[in-house]
Design a protein around this ligand. Structure first.
Ligand SMILES: NC(=O)C[C@H](N)C(=O)O
Length: 458
């Protein structure tokens, strides 16, 4: 159906067509499609017969790691500064393990009914309301993720422009042009981003470049610890203060990748639950190490002064940090279409179900979304508030509550009664999610109310 829009079949058009067709193929599959039971280790496992995954084991690890890694990494040093090293390590470890368990629940539910999308699990468990609920939560989460990415752009782009100008022009001229250039630069960037997001639609998770940018960021954070003068503070092993309320939400936000797990499973070569769980465990472990190292070295460089966006702490005049800022900017820019795609798909499915693809709809939704996110980014004062709000609402829903409930509803009673150990574990998991959600929201609201009255933050 897209061919009419691409009468001129250049190489680029062909690639776009390929991407659109691939997603059509995935979206048109419903739960009623045929699945081939595959006997592995004596247990029946459902296999998809209509879509043959081609992504290798290693590449899938790479893709899932990319789905996990995002702006959350920039908030972890702040989280550590407000909990102390020991408590932070405990919380980070627990979240990594719980996140892997949540993927186990998703894979098991998906295996029972042969479903390959998070929203469709909601449909299977509760019918259309379940699907709508899952779609709304994914949309909220991705709008939050996208806002945090654009927030980083808002903070870092002026420093990058000034740094680049400093490298090319004299200081006097740069000071004279500074503010105007920043404003023009930001608006130009947003326009380019819009065009880029529309044209590419969906890049897939294969943007290895953004992962390399983050590794470069990590190495620079470690290096800077050894060349920056310490503010002479003591390392805190355990500490609690009003900002501690943001710790669990920031960590949860950093580990969210769950809506991406089933699409990556679908594309995995020789798929089996065990193989995909291995992919998930390795990705989570790798990201856990990356997060831990960033948090420790970021914290040990600035101690209690660290801000919720780590990059803001580094000198604006340093050429290495200028390159790191640029790398992180590119990394988050490459991720924008990836998080935009599920939102647009959810909006399309909710507002225009059964309507064929149309460029006008496609572009209008993207414009509205980017406009909304831009407004959000302009009015939200601190990236910590985005991490906190999303990490306390959609993150616990996507990691704990929904996978647990889907598992309890989808795995049949005959296979696992409600009183069996796996189901009781799942019930406990859902309860934990609710406790964590209510606790975080309450503490964050208290911090917002009291924090504004006192010092306005840390
Ligand atoms: N995709 C997300 O929800 C957030 C991602 N885990 C991040 O740290 O940016």
């Amino acid at each position: 159906m897209y061919h009419c829009y691409f009468a001129n079949k250049t190489k680029q058009n062909k690639i776009i067509l390929l991407i659109l067709h691939r997603f059509d193929a995935l979206e048109n599959i419903t739960e009623g499609d045929t699945f081939l039971p595959n006997k592995s280790n004596g247990k029946i496992e459902i296999q998809f017969t209509d879509f043959v995954g081609k992504t290798s084991f290693g590449m899938s690890i790479f893709n899932l790691s990319n789905a996990i890694l995002g702006s959350g990494i920039l908030g972890l040093a702040y989280a550590m500064a407000n909990t102390g090293i020991i408590l932070f390590v405990l919380l980070l470890t627990s979240m990594a393990i719980l996140s892997a368990y949540s993927i186990h629940l998703l894979l098991k539910s998906a295996g029972v009914v042969g479903i390959r999308a998070y929203e469709q699990l909601g449909n299977r468990a509760f019918g259309r309301p379940g699907k709508i609920l899952a779609a709304c939560i994914i949309t909220l989460n991705n709008i939050g993720a996208m806002s945090s990415y654009l927030f980083i752009v808002k903070i870092e782009l002026p420093h990058i422009i000034q740094g680049l100008l400093r490298l090319t022009f004299t200081v006097a001229r740069q000071n004279f042009m500074g503010e105007g250039i920043n404003a023009i630069g930001f608006s130009l960037y947003m326009h380019l981003l819009c065009i880029y997001a529309f044209i590419l639609g969906y890049l897939g998770y294969t943007s290895g470049f953004s992962l390399s940018c983050m590794v470069f960021f990590l190495i620079s954070v470690i290096y800077k610890k050894f060349v920056t003068e310490c503010p002479g503070e003591h390392t805190k092993l355990i500490t609690i203060n009003p900002q501690t309320a943001f710790t669990i939400p920031i960590i949860a936000f950093a580990f969210v990748c769950h809506p991406e797990v089933l699409p990556i499973y679908t594309e995995l070569k020789n798929p089996s639950k065990k193989r995909m769980q291995k992919v998930a465990n390795i990705s989570i472990l790798t990201m856990f190490v990356m997060y831990l190292v960033t948090a420790i070295f970021g914290y040990l460089t600035f101690y209690g002064n660290v801000k919720s966006e780590l990059l803001e702490m580094y000198s604006k005049k340093d050429t290495l940090m200028l390159c790191v800022r640029l790398a992180v900017l590119i990394a988050v820019t490459l991720t924008v279409p990836v998080v935009l795609f599920p939102i647009r798909r959810a909006v399309l499915q909710l507002l225009f179900p059964d309507k064929p693809f149309h460029w006008v709809r496609h572009i209008s939704i993207a414009v509205c979304l980017l406009f909304l996110v831009n407004l959000l980014v302009i009015f939200v004062p601190n990236i910590r508030d985005i991490f906190g709000f999303i990490g306390a609402t959609s993150a616990p829903s996507l990691i704990f509550i929904l996978p647990g409930i889907f598992y309890i509803c989808i795995v049949p009673e005959e296979q696992e009664p409600l009183k069996s150990r796996p189901k009781i574990q799942a019930i406990a998991f859902v309860t934990l999610g609710f406790i964590f959600m209510i606790m975080s929201i309450t503490f964050i609201i208290i911090e917002w109310v009291t924090g504004k009255k006192t010092s306005g933050g840390h």
